[in-house]
Every structure is written in C-alpha cells, then in structure tokens.
Design a protein around this ligand. Structure first.
Ligand SMILES: Nc1ncnc2c1ncn2[C@@H]1O[C@H](COP(=O)(O)OP(=O)(O)OP(=O)(O)O)[C@@H](O)[C@H]1O
Length: 228
C-alpha cells in the first residue's frame, strides 16, 4: 500500500530530516514509527500525505507514484488517508457532530449520506452521547475521539496518527491506542508516530525506528527500544 524507495528529505537551509528510506507497508498492517525528537517522524508522515515532497526518491501509495502526482490530484490522495494529530485540530465553533460532518461536506457527500455516516462513526469511537458538545466541552481523550471519527468518516485506506496520545494522560492514551487497534482489526491500515514507550512495548506491533533521519530498525512485533 505504501512503498518508499531511496527517500531523502533535506529542508531548505540544509537540514537532512530523512535519509535513504526504503520500506513497504502492506494493507492491513499496524505500524509504529519511533525515534527521538528530531529523528524525522513528523517529516515521514508529511511525506505520506504530500504535505512535503521528498528531495530524492519515490513514494508510492496504492501503486501510484505520489511524488509525481499533479497538484490537482492531491485531494484524491488525501481522501484515501485519514490523519490525526497530537493537538486534535478540531474546529472550535462546531460540535463533535459538525466537526465530523464537515469532513464529509468538503468531499461533497450528500446530506443523506452525512446523516447516516456521522452517527455511525461517532458510535464507533464511543462518542454518540457527546455529539452536540463543542471541543471546549470535551476532555482531551474525547476530542481525540472526535478527531479519529473525522479521520475515519470517509473510509480511508490508511489512518495516520502523529503523536496521537502526546497530550493525553496514561489511561486515556491506552483507550485511544485500543481504539486504533480496533480500527486496524476492522481492516484499516494504521501508522502511528509516537513517543509512548509503554504502549509500543505492550502492543507488539511492527516498529520502524528512525534515528537522525535514518531507518535503523524495522521489526515485527517489536518494542520501543532494544537498548537496555
Ligand atoms: N519545515 C522545516 N524546515 C526546516 N527544518 C525542519 C522543518 N521541519 C522539520 N525540520 C527539521 O527536521 C528534523 C526532523 O524533524 P521532525 O519534525 O520530522 O522530527 P520528529 O521525529 O517528528 O520530532 P518530534 O518527536 O520532536 O516531533 C528536525 O531537526 C527538524 O528541526
């Protein structure tokens, strides 16, 4: 589903954020991206949804070379990728329901589809009872559930999360990670960049470790770090 060949990213100013990354992520996988601050995790994620272009190398998504994609085709790529961030990025004046509905409005879904899908996806993230609450009336964990619902509502092929538990307490982080695991079990490919050592160690999923922009470990059923 995702393939990278010789991918490097050098930011203007000369900083090398990623260096010669080669990897494949198959449909249905659950993958953690780990590594110290500045290792290149966020850059990796930005390349996936073409927020950034690589300086070198090729990236394929569902067999399509997204580094060569025309600008007008980028919305189609982004429709196939659901994204959540550490800071939730909800629209503050809209309710939970409206935040999720908005993601369908921008892809021009019909009113009928929206009225059907939004309650379903809110139910799936366990938030039906908070549909009418605004982000300021929700806990951090609940806001992240809304963000997950928004990311899922257009049925993406892959869900990408950049530090999804970075602003949450340990218990809430667990709930969100379990939810990501459930989403994966129902068929969505999941890619999570994280610093959450305990969660990574407990879940035993594939771990890609970045260090100074290099892919230094790619391990099935891996742990956060192999160092003592
Ligand atoms: N737009 C940019 N312009 C210049 N340098 C950048 C830019 N974005 C990131 N960098 C640099 O690239 C390197 C990798 O950054 P990145 O955000 O990918 O790391 P990260 O692993 O996600 O870190 P963290 O865990 O702190 O979020 C860092 O040294 C960062 O300062």
């Amino acid at each position: 589903m995702i393939e990278m060949y010789g991918v490097s990213k050098v930011y203007p100013g000369g900083l090398t954020a990623l260096k010669d990354i080669n990897l494949k992520i198959s449909r249905g996988e659950f993958v953690f991206i780990v590594g110290p601050s500045g290792a290149g995790k966020s850059t990796f994620i930005k390349l996936l949804f073409r927020e950034e272009l690589p300086t070198k190398g090729q990236i394929f998504f569902n067999g399509k070379n997204i580094t060569r994609m025309r600008n007008r085709d980028i919305p189609f790529l982004r429709r196939r990728i659901g994204i959540v961030f550490q800071d939730f990025r909800l629209l503050p004046e809209k309710t939970a329901y409206e935040n999720v509905a908005f993601a369908m409005e921008v892809v021009e879904a019909s009113g009928k589809e929206i009225r059907k899908k939004v309650p379903q996806v809110l139910e799936r993230v366990g938030l039906s009872h908070k549909a009418d609450a605004k982000p300021s009336e929700l806990s951090g964990g609940e806001q992240q559930r809304v963000a997950l619902a928004r990311a899922l509502v257009n049925e993406p092929d892959v869900l990408v999360a950049d530090e999804p538990t970075g602003n949450l307490d340990p218990d809430t982080s667990w709930d969100i990670m379990k939810l990501l695991s459930d989403i994966n079990k129902r068929g969505t490919t999941v890619v999570v960049a994280t610093h959450a050592r305990e969660l990574v160690n407990a879940m035993r999923k594939r771990v890609l470790q970045l260090d100074k922009g290099r892919l230094v470990r790619d391990e099935e059923r891996g742990v956060y770090s192999n160092e003592a």
